[in-house]
Write a protein that binds this ligand. Structure first.
Ligand code: CP3
Length: 356
């Protein structure tokens, strides 16, 4: 932990996270952790109890700002991710959504073009205004060396929740709609591309400095369907954002994409989030050397901690720290994670020095 104290102060225009996304190699790799705010932190559980309901937490600028800052105070990562959820977009579009303890999200399913008439795209930004207010508050509250990360779900992943009505094991209904009626399913995807682009545009105007697109279920599609429903929508969102905010980097996280990660590296993203299964020796050769990689410690390593975790962290750093890298997990922190293990991870990454 001493490494944190002896680190040289850096100017606000030299945030390590932004440097890495611009293709540079800072003194040490920046880090943040997916789901760094959440149930593994006792102070989160306390606020969550006060808020009563998870959506209230997301739509309260006071509480969402506080929850975003909780892991920053404890671990001082190089990035702070806005506290919200990928399902706020369908909710703001007018789809009924409820988070039930133990069941995850429950949505009133959209399963056909006729069901799309229930959505109200015009009302989206009014409903999401509290999220933009959270971003504004965070951009004032964060330490000068911490980059503010905005995010959204990628259209395919958000569509799976909208169609299935919640989390699903095989995504059968979303796949069947996409395979049987691609023109109809495209209308849902197009609607999500537009709503997501505008949502991210507002987050950037409010102060988000980096954007991550979470495509949690990218890995369940055959290659041709992946290209149409994962790669193409992300390319379009990236393109629209580049027109309006050319200096704001975008990280794609096509979880489970396997060999198709190589194709995701060709669509203008600044960073590529790797899941824990991606072989690092393979990915080095499969993507351009300037493209920033992010990942990919298995979240269960963070649960067990100790020597096994330290060895796994060092393996990632040894494999990738000679190129732009953001150290992260391969998926979100799980609730069983001891916070002390996160502190140990932070100390380990902070003590690392990039090869010069
Ligand atoms: O990373 C962060 O700290 C920022 C906040 C954030 C949350 N969800 C908070 C959250 C982010 C970036 C997300 C993304 C998200 N949400 C994804 C993509 C990434 C991933 O994990 O695959 C997905 C698929 C969702 C949808 C979602 N939200 C599900 C399926 C669930 C239920 C499962 C669970 O973990 O509880 C959520 C709830 C959720 N989102 C919680 C948090 C902290 C837990 C809610 C609670 O406190 O009860």
């Amino acid at each position: 932990m001493n490494a944190a104290v002896t680190e040289k102060p850096i100017k606000s225009d030299q945030k390590r996270l932004l440097a890495a996304l611009r293709g540079r190699i800072p003194d040490r790799p920046p880090f943040w952790l997916m789901r760094q705010a959440g149930r593994y932190l006792p102070e989160y559980r306390e606020l969550r109890r006060q808020a009563g309901n998870f959506l209230e937490l997301c739509y309260s600028p006071d509480l969402a700002t506080e929850v975003t800052l909780q892991p920053i105070r404890r671990f001082h990562p190089d990035g702070a991710i806005l506290f919200a959820d990928i399902l706020l977009v369908p909710h703001a579009l007018g789809q009924e959504l409820d988070f039930r303890e133990g069941d995850g999200p429950i949505l009133a399913p959209i399963r056909s073009v006729a069901d799309l008439a229930r959505l109200r795209p015009a009302a989206v930004h009014e409903r999401l205004a509290p999220v933009y207010e959270t971003v504004r508050r965070l951009s004032r509250a964060l330490p000068a060396d911490v980059a503010l990360i905005g995010f959204a779900g990628a259209p395919w992943t958000v569509a799976t929740y909208m169609v299935e009505g919640g989390t699903s094991r095989d995504h059968a209904l979303a796949k069947r709609w996409a395979f049987a009626d691609p023109a109809g399913f495209q209308r849902l995807i197009d609607l999500l591309i537009d709503a997501t682009t505008a949502y991210l545009d507002h987050q950037i105007e409010a102060g988000a400095e980096v954007i991550q697109l979470f495509d949690t279920w990218a890995g369940v599609l055959p290659a041709a369907a992946f290209r149409r429903w994962c790669l193409e929508p992300v390319r379009r969102i990236r393109g629209h954002l580049a027109d309006r905010h050319p200096n704001v980097p975008v990280i794609g996280f096509p979880r489970g994409a396997g060999a198709l990660y190589a194709e995701m590296a060709t669509i203008g993203l600044d960073g590529l989030g790797l899941d824990a299964a991606v072989p690092l020796d393979w990915v080095r050769g499969a993507v351009p050397p300037k493209l920033c990689l992010q990942g990919n410690l298995d979240p269960q390593m963070l649960v067990i901690g100790g020597d096994a975790m330290t060895a796994a962290i060092r393996e990632i750093l040894t494999s990738l720290a000679d190129r732009p890298l953001i150290f992260n997990l391969g998926h979100g922190i799980v609730p069983e994670t001891p916070p002390e293990h996160v502190a140990a991870l932070a100390a380990e990454v902070r003590a690392w020095r990039s090869p010069s």
